[in-house]
Design a protein around this ligand. Structure first.
Ligand code: AMP
Length: 525
């Protein structure tokens, strides 16, 4: 998939000529797709770019779904795409929407390969020897992880990663539960019988190549420590960095990964979606919280709708015309049949790499909590959780999973958070201290905005915030519920806010204790 001829000059050229490259991409897409049934409705066979901007509407998934479904059901690709559709990608729908299916073809793989090659270039600027001379330990969930325990080649791994931070945390958690069995398998050279996936068994057996009591002893020694602090660096001592997406809703896993890795750099290399790969991080060693993604202008045609557009679709701008500091929703036109499609993410412009804008991922558009007039976004929720980090840390607790919803079934409505907690020291059974939990409720409320606090304190139209602590394993059950609805575990992201009653029922069945904020949050003076 790598493009071997790519070098740093290509990167400079790509980012210096963003305007022209975007023009060319649009021209190519329109020439390819002008006669599709979808585009013909608006352009009548023309591939004129001005007409495209004037006539083709900005759409959401529901607008294009019938066309996509027709192709998925066997009608020819040219209902939506000039080129052949050879594959459909399914989004999980857990990043704040519903499940969606998107058409692609081999060009998608080609473009993805290009971005991966660019990403490697960006990394090689920052890590000696590209950080790649050695092996990578990547966790890919293609089946339920309980079926895919991995071998541990200790001295060669220079990078530990997964697509999303969540998968990595889950892999460590899985190892924590199963390391004894893993060591016994390595010692005997035999994979446990309950692992029935044949390909998984064969792959592990090929790595094992028979009994390895020395490796089993080494792993056992590290895993039997009371604390799993630094377990990643202890198991893979040559690991230089962690490679996984850590922005957006994945930011909640920063403290956990820092704990498990003794604060190795966490590198969030790419931002993309089933609709289009978007860009890569040109400053991989920055703090996870400061990550920005530089748009790759040759992947798709990108436009940007200002967040405060107030219905004025004419305010949409081209990639190179976005303004520093402003907030936008990306609108993508790709090679496979999406034209002026709203992705549903909110991004902020943080700078420019040559002439190409860089963006910070802010939040998913529809992920908000609201009881009254307040709007609490995904970003607000993650910030609030950051606030309670210190309290949890001083109580030796880790937040393994959370989600929330606005309960408006009673008056006044209130925010409910579901938390799965775990003791930092693996062998400790944690006890919930009422005082600590109530403090967490208050801290969350204090960090919400003035509108929330006013509604809560003065007008009393929002009730005390509640934390419901759930049993360990609850967020695994939640994931299993979502995966059972279709979608891939590799793309799964625990929803920040839940609105499906079935998903709420999964959580409600596992509630151990409830805590409420005891005092109203202060107002700004
Ligand atoms: P999916 O189409 O299921 O793969 O989900 C794509 C969505 O995941 C994007 O629209 C974003 O909301 C989220 N996502 C992907 N990459 C990142 C990233 N680097 N940072 C934050 N969110 C991301």
């Amino acid at each position: 998939m790598m493009n071997p001829s790519l070098n740093l000059m290509d990167l400079e050229e790509l980012t210096s000529n963003a305007k022209q490259i975007q023009e060319d991409v649009l021209e190519e897409i329109l020439t390819l797709n002008a006669n599709t049934e979808y585009l013909h409705r608006f352009l009548h066979g023309s591939s004129d770019k001005v007409l495209f901007k004037k006539n083709v509407p900005v759409v959401t998934y529901d607008d294009v779904k019938p066309y996509i479904e027709r192709v998925a059901n066997g009608e020819p690709s040219d209902v939506i795409s000039g080129g052949p559709i050879t594959m459909f990608l399914r989004s999980t729908g857990t990043s704040g929407g519903k499940q969606k299916v998107f058409p692609v073809n081999d060009k998608y793989i080609e473009k993805l390969g290009y971005v991966i090659a660019l990403r490697s270039l960006a990394m090689s600027k920052h890590f000696d020897s590209g950080g790649e001379q050695g092996k990578a330990m990547e966790f890919h969930c293609t089946k339920p992880p309980s079926e895919t325990p991995s071998g541990l080649p200790r001295d060669e791994v220079v990078r530990v990663g997964a697509a999303f931070a969540f998968v990595l945390v889950r892999a460590i958690d899985f190892l924590e539960k199963h390391w004894k069995e893993l060591c016994s398998n390595i010692r005997s050279g035999h994979v446990s019988e309950w692992i029935t996936d044949l390909e998984g068994r064969n792959a592990v057996s090929t790595i094992l190549r028979g009994p390895d009591p020395i490796l089993a002893d080494v792993i056992e020694q590290e895993c039997s420590h009371k604390s799993w602090e630094g377990i990643i660096t202890r198991l893979w001592p040559k690991a230089k960095y962690i490679d996984c997406i850590i922005t957006g809703q994945m930011a909640q896993y920063i403290p956990m990964l820092e704990f498990y890795s003794n604060k190795l750099p966490i590198v969030s290399t790419t931002y993309g979606s089933s609709e289009s790969t978007f860009g890569m991080n040109m400053d991989p060693l920055c703090k996870p919280q400061d990550t920005s993604y530089t748009c790759a202008p040759n992947i798709s045609y990108f436009e940007f709708l200002p967040v405060d557009h107030k219905g004025d679709m004419a305010s949409i701008v081209d990639l190179v015309d976005v303004k520093l500091g402003c907030y936008y929703e990306p609108v993508v036109t790709n090679y496979f049949g999406l034209h002026r499609y709203l992705i549903g993410d909110i991004l902020q412009v943080t700078g420019f790499y040559n002439n190409t804008p860089q963006f910070r991922f802010v939040h998913r558009k529809n992920v908000v909590l609201s009881v009254r007039s307040e709007i609490t976004t995904e970003e607000d929720i993650l910030k609030a959780l950051n606030h309670v980090g210190l309290v949890l840390e001083s109580s030796d607790l880790m937040l393994m999973g959370f989600t929330c919803y606005a309960d408006i079934s009673t008056f006044p409505g209130h925010y409910v958070f579901y938390w799965e907690l775990k003791a930092k020291d693996v062998q400790d059974v944690f006890e919930l201290e009422e005082k600590v939990m109530v403090k967490c409720c208050s801290l969350l409320e204090e960090s919400f905005d003035e509108v929330y606090r006013k509604n809560r304190s003065k007008d009393e139209c929002i009730g005390p915030l509640e934390i419901r602590v759930v049993q360990q394993g609850t967020f695994d059950s939640l994931m299993e519920y979502f995966i059972s609805q279709g979608g891939s575990i590799a793309q799964y992201k625990t929803p920040i806010c839940i609105n499906s009653s079935e998903a709420l029922a999964v959580l409600e069945n596992k509630v151990l204790a409830r805590f409420f904020s005891e005092k109203s949050p202060p107002l700004d003076s």
